[in-house]
Design a protein around this ligand. Structure first.
Ligand code: GDP
Length: 472
């Protein structure tokens, strides 16, 4: 009805325009962006999307140049599977200990900071791979300043190496190559550099501008020099932030801890976050009760480029959700409630749209197969990463639907939902709980659990290929 008023036509005409698109709508229903554009076009209008009033409610003042101070670069490690991303992150995590402080980084909070001997800092996002990077970006969160792309010197430039390069380039993020596994007798770093040159990526040794360093993530050879190159590249970017304002930033991951409640890791990008601040993150809000760094140490404030795990939110926000601090707790709560409502309306609509109209119509045409998935994981970051990857597997013939996803064990209700909607259940680092297995057996529901993202994606891909109609 709002759209009808704006275009000054009777609301019944909008409803019938929607019906002709195969959508049964009521006058109070919200339409998605695509539908809005199509409907408006029918009546000769163009739609221009501006930020919603919800976003407008969150005032972000421009920083003045004199308030800005240098901040640490935020780095993501990407590359082909088994080329050594995790090994590099682990080596840096264990070997780099803040000067004068004992003990390495013991907690996994989704991101961590290291300080080099010269006192300079780097913040690492602790979920390797471009899936997480892309999922965050898909939510509008660009937190990474730079990508380290790991290429194994005993292998080649592989498909995921190319993907990682493409993702970093699409995000406009500079790349530093880490040519890994040089401790291996059959390592040939020159071959990798030659391969990069063939892709028009000239590293410094080859007379180009792209930084690269030969390393062994296993032994540690060259890792410090690699990090120095990261800092050199960061200097060019002149990364700065204003620490003297209410904090803003992005959620890296969140989960429910039995004893402590919802634990969210956030990366502060501007301002300083303090205990007692009222935070709004995605659809959730709350007062920061406690903050811990990646060493498990309790802290009271966190400035720009600092990853921090916080307690006090009333739910688990999603990886990539932005967070803001409010002076007024009520305002944070109101926006959170409104976002929840919007999302509920949206999910009802999407489901009805896909199940009744779209799928029904295409199945009737006899050409459509769909794969429904319920996805459960241990942390939000991996759930988002898998969602993104699974959805990308959709083809003309097969639509991949993530009908439900969430953080936590696979429950009875997940199995029932799967049964009701003919779905398979995929668990990432989580298992069925209570009666879930029993009911799954009775209902003949396929539950698959994985601990490696790549395996989950590959299995699904194979299953889908099995489902494809034979080529004529
Ligand atoms: P990811 O899939 O990219 O995260 O790769 P991983 O870090 O899990 O490494 C894959 C395998 O390569 C593991 O068995 C590692 O021990 C091994 N690896 C990683 N880096 C090195 C290295 O520098 N030298 C050697 N010899 N092996 C390595």
């Amino acid at each position: 009805s709002e759209v009808a008023t704006m275009m000054n036509i009777p609301v019944t005409q909008i409803i019938s325009a929607c019906m002709s698109l195969g959508m049964m709508v009521t006058m109070n229903q919200r339409l998605d962006a695509e539908t809005l554009s199509i409907v408006a076009d029918e009546f000769g209008y163009d739609v221009e999307f501006i930020t919603s009033d919800l976003e407008d409610a969150i005032q972000v003042d421009e920083d003045r140049e004199e308030d800005l101070v240098p901040r640490a670069p935020i780095v993501t490690v990407m590359g082909h599977v088994d080329h050594g991303k995790t090994s590099l992150l682990d080596y840096v995590r264990h070997e780099n200990v803040i000067a004068g402080e004992s003990g390495g980084i013991t907690q996994h909070i989704g991101a961590y900071g290291v300080t080099l001997d010269n006192g300079q800092k780097i913040t690492f996002l602790d979920t390797p791979g471009h899936e997480a990077f892309t999922a965050m970006r898909a939510r509008g969160a660009q937190v990474t300043d730079m990508a380290i792309i790991v290429v194994a010197a005993d292998d080649d430039i592989m498909p995921q190496t190319k993907e990682a390069i493409a993702h970093a380039q699409a995000a406009g993020v500079p790349i530093v190559f880490a040519i890994n596994k040089i401790d291996k007798p059959n390592a040939n770093p020159e071959k990798i550099k030659e391969g990069l040159a063939a892709m028009n990526l000239l590293v410094e040794d080859w007379g180009g501008k792209i930084q690269s360093h030969d390393i062994s993530a296993k032994v540690g050879t060259g890792v410090n020099e690699l990090l120095e190159k990261v800092l050199l590249e960061a200097e060019i970017l002149e990364l700065k932030a204003n620490p003297n304002k209410l904090a803003t930033g992005t959620v890296v991951e969140a989960f429910l801890d039995k004893g402590r409640g919802y634990v969210s890791t956030v990366l502060v990008q501007g301002g300083t976050l303090r205990i007692g601040d009222f935070v709004l993150a995605g659809r959730h809000s709350g007062k920061v009760k406690a903050m811990h760094d990646e060493r498990g140490k309790e802290i009271t404030s966190a400035g720009p480029a600092t990853p921090i795990s916080i307690l006090g939110l009333d739910g688990a926000p999603q990886a990539g959700d932005k967070f803001n601090v409010f002076e007024d707790e009520r305002e944070a709560k109101q926006i959170a409630a409104k976002r929840t409502q919007l999302q509920r309306e949206q999910s009802v609509r999407t489901q009805r749209h896909i199940t009744l109209d779209e799928i029904g119509r295409r199945i009737a045409l006899g050409e459509f197969k769909e794969l429904n998935i319920i996805l459960k994981g241990d942390v939000d970051g991996s759930v988002e990463a898998l969602t993104d990857s699974f959805q990308k597997l959709s083809t003309e013939e097969i639509q991949v639907n993530i009908i439900h996803k969430g953080v936590g064990a696979i429950t009875e209700s997940d199995v029932l939902l799967a049964s009701a909607s003919d779905a398979i259940i995929i668990g990432f680092n989580v298992r069925p709980m209570g009666n879930a297995n029993q009911i799954a057996e009775r209902e003949e529901i396929d539950i698959r659990t994985y601990s490696i993202i790549y395996d989950a994606i590959n299995d699904l891909k194979d299953a889908m290929e099995g489902m494809l109609s034979p080529e004529l």
